[in-house]
Design a protein around this ligand. Structure first.
Ligand code: 5AD
Ligand code: SF4
Length: 452
């Protein structure tokens, strides 16, 4: 019996004779990297949704929190049986866990053939060839400071989506004390704007209408490039060329670098959607200091105020960490107060997870696991209530919704402010922007009716 793997698996339409199955864990950047891998393999491999018929299984991994790593090990355990039945099957572990563990992964999981870090993925075809020629246990986890993201001169694999991610830069130079990203993704590197423009053109040809530009810290886009461009320059260039054809979003922006010029873009640029994800992490200045975040809550709030005065309807979302070493009950209370003050439309909250090699590992006053869970629950309860109240403001309003797909017997779409909307309607509407009357707000989504 063939088993369809739907969770964490994307099907790309490609054409090669052999079969490949790509699984993605972690962030949007990993989803984008998986698409790049499919693009690199397109001539030799077609994608299969069935693990059992794959000649090659690639797992794109995430190491941002411990939980993400556990998923990898349980999956690899299952794949061991598959490899026993089919010894020619090749298994590759890619991405951030691969970068972190390198060759050590083979000690624990000898049935893995290939370990490739985020910079190594561009060498995938060469590494696979070496495997075919008999080489065993290949690792490519070098992290070069002078790394450039290559342009792949091949058609983009078709995903058939109305929405797409596009990496404009990767790596990070910020070194927040909890975060493993700078160690696994290396230093910041931006893609030339010409490559980005070409890729947008390709996405539009495929029917994509909503593009999210990705980078660990998009505000530093352009640094180190041989062209005179910064992030707002890139947004303006995209607006000029494709403004009428797409909705544009970006993530992630660091609060310390959110400039007035970028804030102005939300008013000036028609393509830029009214949504900003601005991770605050904590509401306490002393915790922010130990996190090495380089801003105070007062400065953060000032920026949000400016943004909301220019663009009152903007959706604001954030990331939060609870239980960072030394976070007192009073510090946590400050985060709760911040939620009440800002009234985020959505917040992604995580328990602090110790990441090997990061400075916070050596910080004292660790918060017990039980206390972290308690704080997380308290925070989620408050945010759920605030989020619902925020969403309820849209009840009775007519909003522009881009219809993205079909889910069960309903259509699913998205507002410019990034609210998911469930709508009654026919599948021909997929890819179209409709005026939708919002009947009811739920937690994290809205229900509406198309206005004719
Ligand atoms: N523990 C918990 N959460 C973390 N994040 C990053 N590193 C950690 C960690 N060690 C969260 C941050 C970040 C989001 C992508 O993941 O909130 O913004
Ligand atoms: Fe996870 Fe960060 Fe790597 Fe993305 S960049 S996969 S969030 S560790």
């Amino acid at each position: 019996m063939k088993s369809l793997v739907t969770e964490n698996h994307q099907v790309f339409v490609s054409k090669g004779p052999k079969k490949c199955h790509i699984i993605t864990f972690g962030c949007q950047m990993n989803e984008y990297d998986s698409k790049t891998m499919a693009q690199l393999l397109m001539d030799d491999y077609q994608q299969t949704p069935f693990l059992e018929e794959a000649d090659l299984i690639l797992i794109n991994t995430c190491s941002i929190r411990e939980k993400a790593e556990h998923k990898l090990y349980s999956l690899l355990g299952r794949l061991k049986r598959l490899k026993k039945r089919n010894p020619t099957l090749k298994i590759g572990v890619c991405g951030c866990v691969a970068q972190q563990l390198g060759e050590r992964l083979f000690e624990r999981m000898a049935h893995v053939d290939l370990v490739i870090g985020p910079q190594g993925l561009y060498r995938l075809p060469i590494l696979l060839k070496a495997l075919e020629e008999g080489e065993k246990h290949i690792t490519d986890t070098t992290l070069r400071d002078d790394f450039d993201i290559p342009f792949i001169d091949a058609p983009l694999p078709r995903v058939g989506d109305v929405r797409a991610y596009l990496t404009i830069m990767q790596g990070c130079n910020n070194f927040c004390t909890y975060c493993i990203v700078p160690y696994v993704r290396g230093r910041e590197v931006s893609r030339p704007s010409e490559h980005i423009m070409k890729e947008i053109e390709g996405l539009i040809e495929q029917g994509v209408k909503d593009i999210t530009l990705l980078g660990q810290n998009v505000n530093s886009y352009g640094r180190g490039l041989n062209e005179n461009i910064d992030f707002t320059g890139l947004l303006k260039k995209i607006e000029k060329a494709f403004g009428k054809d797409i909705r544009l979003r970006f993530t992630t922006s660091h609060p310390k670098d959110l400039s007035d010029e970028l804030i102005d873009c939300f008013k000036e640029l028609q393509s830029l959607c009214e949504h900003l994800h601005l991770p605050v992490q904590s509401g306490s200045n002393s915790v922010l200091k130990r996190m090495n975040r380089h801003y105070t809550i007062e400065a953060y709030l000032e920026k949000l105020e400016k943004l909301r005065s220019l663009c009152p309807e903007i959706t604001i979302t954030t990331d939060l960490i609870v239980g960072f070493p030394g976070e007192s009950r009073d510090d946590f209370q400050k985060t709760m107060e911040l939620l009440k003050k800002v009234r985020y439309d959505q917040a992604f909250a995580f328990k602090y997870s110790e990441r090997p090699g990061t400075p916070a590992v050596n910080f004292g006053q660790k918060v017990p696991e039980e206390e972290k869970s308690k704080r997380l629950n308290e925070l989620l309860e408050l945010q759920n209530q605030i989020g619902l109240e925020q969403y309820k403001k849209l009840e009775g309003k007519v909003v522009e919704v881009l219809v993205e797909g079909v889910k069960g017997d309903q259509l699913v779409g998205r507002t410019r402010g990034n609210h998911i909307v469930n709508i009654e309607g026919e599948s021909e509407l997929v890819g179209r922007i409709m005026n939708v009357y919002i009947e009811k707000a739920c937690h994290h989504s809205l229900n509406g009716k198309v206005m004719h």
